[in-house]
Design a protein around this ligand. Structure first.
Ligand SMILES: Nc1nc2c(c(=O)[nH]1)N=C([C@H](O)[C@H](O)COP(=O)(O)OP(=O)(O)OP(=O)(O)O)CN2
Length: 138
């Protein structure tokens, strides 16, 4: 049985390697769908949506109204420090694909119940683009 919950956050980023407009500082209203597949418990729940929120919301809160910056993008890190702006420094380029893998890893490291078999994250960077990956927890 699969359950899913959607999360949203606002975040700035840039892709320094990009030859088009994505090398510029810009932001997105990100959305992700977290899907969990597992056996329902005796009460008929794979995972209480309430518990799902308690696990995932803090991870999303870290990103919300921050600027995600690649650790090699020294000028931007220096600028964000100078203006005392919220930032999340990562060791990857902030593509939708990499943000999707980042969220999967962060969620995987939490204390998820044993009845969960697979975890899927779908990250929408814009309203018509997404990156999706699924991992097994067994
Ligand atoms: N495979 C990927 N391609 C691109 C990514 C990405 O994360 N993965 N990211 C970008 C840029 O960040 C850009 O902001 C989004 O690109 P795009 O969808 O082209 O944005 P537009 O709103 O301009 O697209 P429309 O064609 O107007 O819908 C680029 N590529």
């Amino acid at each position: 049985m699969k359950i899913a919950k959607e999360y949203r956050w606002e975040m700035g980023h840039r892709l320094p390697f990009h030859e088009g407009k994505c090398k510029n500082l810009h932001g997105h209203s990100y959305k992700c769908m977290v899907e969990i597949n597992g056996e329902p418990d005796k009460n008929g729940m794979v995972l209480d949506y309430y518990d799902m929120k308690k696990i995932i919301k803090p991870i999303i809160e870290e990103l919300d109204h921050s600027f995600m910056v690649w650790s090699g993008d020294k000028e931007v890190i220096e600028f964000l420090d100078k203006i005392n702006s919220k930032k999340v420094i990562v060791d990857f380029q902030s593509t939708a694909e990499n943000i999707c893998l980042y969220l999967l890893e962060r969620i995987k490291k939490t204390d998820l119940p044993k009845n969960i078999n697979t975890l899927k994250v779908k990250v929408f960077e814009t309203e018509n683009t997404y990156a999706e990956e699924e991992i097994s927890l067994k």
